[in-house]
Design a binder for this molecule. Structure first.
Ligand code: HC1
Ligand code: SF4
Length: 579
């Protein structure tokens, strides 16, 4: 170990510890801007680019960036003396000299780490004049890049390259013109971006934000000729409360339904209903492929891969196009919901498809892209018209003078609002496959499960595997979350080394609870874990916990679809993939 002094405190730390970490262990806060530590993934972003974390080390001529400077024996460090404070202010002023000051109308207003820091350090005047670079804005179906606001922290690059292994973002140009951008500074929608939104989730400023559809939703709600239906994703209920000051992991399902009703939606439904429907289709597909395989059909593609995550779908379309026949053809719950709402439900309430507007509330930015895909529209009319994120919904609620915390708990409407415990756990890594197992087991064996909790499929390990006994038939299951981890499992399949029958993949670390549209968690994995716990809690609280027992799903098949994988199901609930 190494002994040193930080701000007159004598500390002992392990060799190799940085000053930043040593200080943190001692409860001393050194401000940072570019630094980001993803503990669970053991990935650290520390380009030492911003220099906000500089400290004075006695005997050294220059101030040292605490994030990359290792502690040495006998070191004496000051983190807050006048020289350090002045340097920090200068650093901030230099960053601001090349940054727009339109904070009032910035999408990150009130949520920007640079803004907060400028406020904390009392910056009132800029003593330096930079060349304000003026880049064009790049608007994709899901994400806006306003790179004038890029401060070169490189967090987005780390997410895209190291965590997701998509490799879209990297630093380009020099001096005032340096920004993070796709190769050749092409637009995001010409790149292989998956719209997972993980770059947006860690951007400290307004350089990367979501395409905001709240105004489109407000317009639809105000249009008397439209019937507006809303669906809300499983993971939203476990995180929305954070936007209203509640503890991470507070379940707000009832308040969420109440808020959506107050906003004026004509029908308040639940994506969870469609998650149950997904299980019916995807679970049947799994059993179908498995049976054919067991009967000696060597051409049947196994393992089957889940297909409900649109970031993941884009990833394999771009990066593994030769493996397009492996994922399930089941559409995501968001899209199944839209297809059923605009046919079955529109008929039921006697409203024309064109007059029905379907809005989804999603923890995800890729869902904005998914609902705009051509294959999910009929004569140019999309199955889901607008997808807004958990963060956008919070804005909408605040704009509408709804006091969220004081709302009563209300229920969803029926028939597309009823769901089971299996559906709600879709929002966490491991949940989709657990839901599928609950149904596939009972359908395949004809036996009732005594216990529906499959602990062996749960957790936060990035790659997990388990074998589930289907009455003598061992079913091998793989799980990956984060696209970099998904890549490993996919590469194994490509190399003929995979022994799984089914694999669940979610693009975002944690699954949808860690989605790019959720309240910002600044890399704090305890927040993701709290949201996960909340979803399992909601599952436990439900009386019905298996998708095939949802009475409204049973009714939907009886009245409309026939059976899983029927011709009508294929037409409305399945899709195909593209290069
Ligand atoms: Fe998800 Fe899904 S679980 S993809 O993560 O299958 O976004 O929450 O809505 O569609 O149900 C997201 C979450 C969500 C879909 C479902
Ligand atoms: Fe990379 Fe995902 Fe950001 Fe696209 S959305 S640039 S894939 S991190």
């Amino acid at each position: 170990t190494i002994k040193l002094t930080i701000d007159n405190k004598v500390l002992e730390v392990a060799k190799g510890t940085t000053i930043l970490k040593a200080a943190k262990e001692a409860g001393i806060h050194i401000p940072t801007l570019c630094y980001l530590h993803l503990h669970d993934l053991n990935i650290e972003n520390k380009p030492a680019g911003c220099r906000v974390c500089v400290v004075e080390v006695a005997g050294r001529r220059n101030l040292a960036p605490a994030c990359v400077t290792e502690c040495t024996e006998g070191m004496v460090v000051s983190t807050h003396n006048i020289r350090v404070l002045n340097a920090r202010k200068t650093v901030l002023e230099l960053i601001l000299s090349d940054h727009p000051t339109d904070c009032l109308i910035c999408a990150k207003n009130g949520n920007c780490e640079l803004q907060t820091m400028a406020q904390e350090f009392g910056i009132r005047k800029l003593h330096y004049e930079g060349e304000q670079s003026t880049y064009r804005e790049d608007t994709s179906p899901a994400i806006i890049r306003d790179v004038d606001k890029c401060i070169m922290c490189r967090r987005c690059e780390m997410m895209c390259n190291e965590v997701q292994t998509v490799g879209v973002l990297s630093a380009v140009n020099r001096g005032f013109m340096s920004v993070v951008a796709p190769a050749f500074e092409m637009n995001l929608d010409h790149s292989v971006c998956t719209y997972c939104g993980q770059c947006v989730a860690v951007c400290p400023t307004g350089a990367l934000t979501e395409v905001d559809h709240t105004n489109a939703v407000i317009r639809a709600l105000a249009d008397p000729t439209k019937t507006v239906v809303v669906q809300t994703a499983p993971a939203v209920r476990a995180a929305l409360g954070e936007e209203f000051g509640m503890e991470p992991g507070t379940l707000v399902t009832g308040k969420l339904a109440a808020a959506l009703r107050r906003l004026g939606f004509n029908y308040v439904f639940d994506t969870d209903f469609a998650a149950d429907l997904t299980i019916m289709e995807e679970g049947t597909e799994l059993l179908d492929r498995l049976t054919r395989h067991l009967n000696g059909d060597k051409d049947v593609p196994l393992p089957i891969l889940t297909s409900c995550c649109p970031g993941w779908v884009s990833f394999f379309e771009h990066q593994f196009p030769e493996m397009r026949d492996i994922p399930s053809t089941a559409r995501s719950p968001q899209q199944m919901f839209g297809a059923i709402a605009k046919t079955y439900f529109a008929d039921k309430i006697n409203v024309k498809r064109e007059d029905l507007v379907v809005v989804s509330i999603m923890p995800c930015l890729a869902k904005k892209f998914e609902c705009q895909r051509d294959e999910f529209a009929t004569n140019g009319n999309p199955d889901v018209d607008f997808s807004i994120s958990t963060r956008e919904l919070a804005h909408l609620i605040k704009q509408s003078n709804i006091e969220f915390n004081a709302l009563p708990d209300e229920d969803f409407d029926n028939p597309l609002g009823e769901s089971t415990g299996a559906a709600v756990i879709f929002g966490t890594t491991g949940g989709v496959i657990e839901a599928a197992v609950r149904t596939a087991y009972e359908v395949h064996t004809g036996k009732k499960l005594e216990k529906v909790d499959f602990e062996e499929l749960r957790g936060m390990e990035y790659i997990r595997e388990a074998t589930i006994d289907f009455n003598g038939l061992p079913i091998r299951i793989g799980i990956a979350h984060g696209l970099g981890n998904a890549r490993k499992l996919l590469q194994d399949i490509k190399d003929g080394k995979s022994e799984f029958h089914a694999i669940e993949i979610m693009a975002c670390p944690g699954g949808c609870i860690g989605g790019g549209g959720q309240p910002l968690h600044h890399g704090d994995s305890s927040i993701i874990k709290a949201r996960q716990k909340a979803l399992y809690q909601e599952d436990t609280n439900k009386t019905i916990r298996k998708s095939h027992e949802n009475p409204y799903i049973i009714q939907l098949y009886e009245e409309f679809l026939g059976k899983p994988l029927s011709e009508k199901s294929h037409h409305l609930l399945h899709t195909h993939y593209f290069d």
